[in-house]
Design a protein around this ligand. Structure first.
Ligand code: GSH
Length: 228
């Protein structure tokens, strides 16, 4: 049995990645949402994982529990345990590139992540972006175009059918949509494919609900940050 601990859906880009991979398997799982940007968020998460970060996957089997943390490790674990979900492409060149793309998102694009935080339920004005962020936006779209041209013939995702690379890129797609980032035609088509995915729609609807229920205002968020 799986239990996935995630953060506030509107903001938690790393959680969305692991959640999409688990959803793609079709297995049922328990979902535990830890509200982020609150005074007790860090303490709650620390009690659940040595990484002190969400997402966290708890696997209970034959009476014992194991814990997997970090989005990419969770996606790898899910892909390995559910081969029928085809979360990595079968073609070895495609698989190598999908792995490289997933690792690149996981370890990179920090400037973009900081300048354009995920806020999936909203559309927001685009802040002024520096050259580093612009370069990362260009690199991301070029990566999408390369994958689509080389391996995308069997569907609308980066490697045709849905893969871990799409899980890793979904929050970047959502940022481009939220902040109205100009996209090439190929990037626009790919972004539409990701945003139309029923699982992404369901996540976005839940994020809307979080806003209706009252996410903390920015001043409250800043107070929490300053208090740390
Ligand atoms: N490298 C980690 C990053 C995870 C991460 O930074 N998660 C954020 C939420 S998106 C978190 O847990 N923050 C802790 C907090 O806000 O107290 C991963 O890929 O899972």
């Amino acid at each position: 049995m799986y239990s996935l601990v995630i953060g506030t859906k509107n903001w938690s880009s790393w959680s969305l990645r692991a959640w999409l991979a688990l959803k793609a398997t079709g297995v049922s799982f328990e979902e535990v949402v830890v509200p982020l940007r609150r005074p007790d968020s860090a303490d709650i998460i620390k009690r659940l994982s040595q990484s002190a970060r969400v997402p966290i996957l708890r696997i209970t089997e034959a009476g014992s529990e194991s814990v997997v943390f970090d989005s990419l490790a969770i996606c790898e674990t899910i892909a390995e345990r559910h081969p029928a979900a085809n979360l990595w492409p079968h073609n070895s060149a495609a698989k190598q590139l999908a792995r490289s793309y997933s690792a690149e998102v996981h370890s990179g694009f920090l400037a973009l992540r900081e300048a354009l935080p995920m806020d999936i339920a909203r559309t927001l004005p685009c802040p002024n972006l520096d050259e580093e962020v612009e370069q990362q936006i260009t690199r991301i779209q070029s990566a999408w175009e390369i994958a689509r041209a080389r391996f995308g013939s069997e569907g609308g995702f980066l490697f045709g059918t849905f893969s871990v690379a799409d899980c890793m890129y979904a929050p970047i797609v959502s940022r481009f949509v939220t902040y109205g980032i100009p996209m090439s035609e190929v990037a626009q088509q790919y972004a539409a494919e990701v945003m139309q995915l029923p699982a992404v729609q369901a996540w976005k609807a839940a994020a809307h609900q979080e806003i209706e229920d009252g996410l903390p205002d920015q001043w409250q968020v800043d107070m929490v940050r300053n208090a740390r």
